[in-house]
Every structure is written in C-alpha cells, then in structure tokens.
Design a binder for this molecule. Structure first.
Ligand SMILES: C[S@@+](CC[C@H](N)C(=O)[O-])C[C@H]1O[C@@H](n2cnc3c(N)ncnc32)[C@H](O)[C@@H]1O
Length: 464
C-alpha cells in the first residue's frame, strides 16, 4: 500500500515537473529565440542577401520573420553579437526587439486617433523594459526615436508617431525618477529618423538611448539600437588610403557586401583579378582571408599593394596574408594554379563613362565589346576555383532611353561550364508568416543602381 502511494506521488511529481519542463521548453523556443531588427542600406535586397550569406557562411542559425524596403526582423537560434555590424556593408542599424504589437492597433491609434489604442501602445512600451537601459545612465539622459514605416497609409504620420513615442518614453523615464531630453529634429526632415552619424555623435548606442519604432504590414516592433554602422571607418578606407582612383573606384561598403556574398570567412583564399587599387582586397583582408590581387595595369598592382600595407598598419592586422600580381586575366591559371581559390570577387571593366542615357542598340554595342573579356574570364575563374568555391561578379547594367536596361547575357556561358547560380534567398530562410516571398525566391542576380547613374552594377553569385 505504501509502495503504491509512493508510486502515485512520484507519477504526479513527474507530471507536474514534466509539464513545467514542457512549458519552459516552449517558452524558450518561441520567446527566448532572440529577435533582432536590421535597418537596411539603400539597396535593401542587397542588404538582406548580405545578411543571409554572412550568417550561412558562419553557420549561425536564423529565420527571417519579416522583410521590407526599410527593415528586416530575424530571429536567431542563439544570442546574437551585434558587433557584427562592423563586418557588414549593407546594414545601417541593429536593434534589439523589446515589444511587438499589431499594426492594426497603430492604425487605430494614429489614423483613427483612438485613445484606447494609444493607451495600449503606451502600456506595451512601458511594460517592455524599453527604457531600462536608458534609465541606468547616471545623468540627465538624451534619447531619440526613429520611425521606419512600411505602411503607406501611416508614412505621412511618422513625425506625429515619433513625437508620441518620444513623449511616452519621456513620461516612463519621469515615472522612474529620471530626467531626460528628447532629441528633436527639423520639420523639413523627410523621414522621422536619426541618421547613423547622429546616433554615433550623441552616443545613443552606449546609452541604449535610441528607440526604433518599426511599422510592418501586420506587426509593429519597438527596439533599442544596439549597433550602428560607422561611416567614418568605411570612409577612412576609401579616402585616406594612400592610392586612389576616382573613376574606377568601388565604395568599400559595396566591396564588403560582395565579399560577404562570396561566403568568405577567416582563412579562405580570395582573389580579385581586376583589383584596381584594391578596395575588395582590403575588405577581404579585414575578414582575415588570404588575399590575392591581380591587375593588368602595373600602376594598379603597385597601388593596391601599398594600400594593403597601409591597411595592415592602420588596423594592426598582424599575420595578414596578401600578395598582388601584375598580369592579364588571360594568364590567370598560369599565375594562380588550378583549383586554388575559395572565392573570386571582382568588378571588371564596366564600359565607357557615358554622359547621356544611350539608345538600346548603342548599349548592346557596349555589352558586345565587353563580352570577350567577361566570357574569357569566366572560363579562367572556373579553372582556378576549388569545387564548391564562389565567384561574385559584377556585370554592367545599362539604362537606356526606352527605359529597358541592357545587361550582359552570361547564363549560357555559366551553364556550359557547369557553374551554378547561388540564389540569395531560399524558402527555408523565412518564417511561414513572412509574406511576399515569390519575388525574392526567384531572384537570380542583384542590382545596385544609383538613380543619378547611367551604368549600374548587376551582381551575380555562382558556385563551382
Ligand atoms: C572597374 S576597375 C576595378 C576597380 C576596383 N574594384 C577598385 O576598387 O579599384 C577594373 C580594373 O580591371 C583592370 N583590367 C582591365 N582589363 C584587365 C585584364 N584583361 N586583366 C587584368 N586586369 C584588367 C583595369 O586595369 C582596372 O583596374
């Protein structure tokens, strides 16, 4: 009898503990998976592709919960280190999500001016711990609010939303006995957002004092900025390196995005066979890759080498491994060897600088003239890449008077060699709730085009 009672007690005990364990597990899996918010650079698809490649290359498990032209939310299998922003060319800010509510509530609050919905938002922000970090600062604190809005109907109201969130934060801080100043900005500003420079200059990351209020189609997130892009670092590598070339230069931010798209990580061998003054090589060296450059122009080979020496000194890159050769890409296999490279990242000649938008036939002519260089190079790239290695290649994307862009048809050549396109986005990267996937999943190349420019860049990622 005693034995039976003990068994029943034991069973009850296991059931209770087991239940708790299950609840804990569900809580851990659903709620504890850290969710981070990423504010994208101006080419959002390129920014998202860079993020997914960067995490895949480092085997960091993630899922994209939401994406739009302004921001993305990603959840991670383990804690996320926001200092990764220094490795990224296409992310402006990273925020730690503190609260989430239905966008319907935001619409009620600001489109219909519903007091109850406004109160709900104030309460959600209050109970989220959003101001805990700001409140810890010792003196009277300066904080800011930036609103990122995917919803067209709410976008014109973002100034008012920014002031509303600002006063909610200020009141919450006052309740905690903390005096604060809310950072305003001129009414002429098109977006109710602080720039990365303002966030850096006012130390808002250190003080956990920038609130990101990000309105998606069905959900809205409130986050605290935990990392911000440092434009001065990228600028230093652009304009303070000893050798520069104005017309052919690539911005270091784009070079870093391309290096990340190539899945380059520490210890991999990366080549830029059209290295110019070495912008791509610099970014790859910062990723601790073993770097090889080549250029047909002897001045470029010397200039790139000097720039890399400067980078090593400037960033204290002990043990950095690099060499720059002078030579024509025709001789790539002889100079580098067969199957020697993990990654090739490059931008060959993009054609003549155009003063006016060309006609379609003229743009076709430019492309045809460049084809032998590109097609010949793709063959050499195939021979020098290791199996599984990646090629990230820029081809010209020429605007024309008809509005139809003219591009380089490389698919046939890639197919003949057995080089496969790497699609930046696959279904398994996205949560079931992330809508609008169709246009991303079929993306085979990414375009970087400044509105002012006539020739843009089409960026292809392929694998051997
Ligand atoms: C668009 S620029 C690359 C710029 C480079 N990404 C940078 O940031 O400085 C193209 C480079 O390819 C080099 N180039 C052109 N034809 C070449 C060839 N056949 N073999 C090797 N290099 C070549 C040019 O000298 C030029 O420096």
């Amino acid at each position: 009898m005693l034995f039976l009672t003990l068994v029943i007690y034991l069973k009850c005990f296991i059931r209770v503990i087991g239940g708790h364990l299950l609840i804990y597990l569900v809580y851990f899996l659903i709620f504890r998976m850290p969710t981070e918010l990423f504010i994208s650079g101006k080419s959002w698809m390129l920014s998202l592709a860079e993020l997914t490649s960067y995490f895949k290359a480092r085997e960091i498990g993630f899922e994209v919960q939401f994406f739009s032209g302004e921001f993305f939310t990603l959840s991670f299998e383990r804690d996320f280190d926001a200092s990764a922003i220094a490795d990224l060319g296409g992310t402006i800010k990273i925020g730690e999500v503190k609260a989430k509510f239905p966008t319907e509530t935001v619409k009620e609050a600001f489109l219909k001016k519903n007091k109850q919905a406004q109160q709900q938002i104030i309460e959600s922000l209050g109970s989220s711990g959003l101001v805990d970090g700001i409140a810890k600062s010792s003196e009277k604190v300066l904080f800011g609010v930036s609103v990122y809005c995917t919803e067209n109907t709410l976008r014109p109201l973002s100034g008012g939303i920014q002031r509303f969130v600002g006063s909610a934060v200020k009141n919450e801080l006052a309740d905690l006995g903390k005096k604060s100043n809310f950072m305003g900005f001129g009414k002429d500003r098109r977006q109710a957002q602080l720039s990365h420079v303002e966030v850096l200059k006012k130390s808002l990351v250190e003080n956990k004092a920038e609130v990101l209020f990000c309105i998606g189609r069905t959900e809205t997130w409130a986050a605290i900025t935990v990392a911000v892009h440092n434009p001065f670092e990228f600028q230093k590598r652009d304009i303070y390196k000893p050798n520069q070339r104005k017309i052919f230069g690539m911005p270091p931010r784009l070079a870093r995005i391309m290096v990340n798209l190539s899945a380059c990580t520490s210890g991999k061998v990366l080549l830029d066979p059209f290295c110019g003054v070495g912008t791509i090589l610099q970014e790859a060296l910062l990723e601790k890759a073993m770097v090889v450059g080549m250029d047909v122009n002897p001045w470029c080979a010397k200039a790139a080498s000097e720039n890399l020496e400067w980078l090593v000194r400037e960033y204290g890159l002990e043990g950095a491994d690099f060499r720059v050769l002078q030579g024509d890409v025709d001789k790539l296999v002889e100079k580098i060897g067969q199957e020697a490279l993990d990654c090739i990242v490059c931008e060959p000649d993009l054609g003549p600088a155009l003063r006016q938008v060309p006609t379609g036939p003229y743009a076709e002519k430019i492309i045809q003239k460049l084809e032998p260089l590109y097609f010949g190079f793709i063959e050499k790239a195939y021979a020098t890449l290791k199996p599984g290695g990646h090629l990230v290649l820029v081809t010209p994307y020429i605007k024309t008077r008809s509005g139809q862009a003219v591009t380089m048809p490389i698919d046939e050549r890639l197919g003949q060699l057995g080089l496969k396109r790497v699609h930046a986005f696959s279904k398994d990267m996205f949560s079931l709730s992330a809508g609008g996937l169709e246009r991303l999943i079929n993306t085979s190349s990414l375009v970087e085009m400044d509105e002012r420019h006539i020739i843009g860049r089409e960026i292809h990622v392929v694998e051997k």
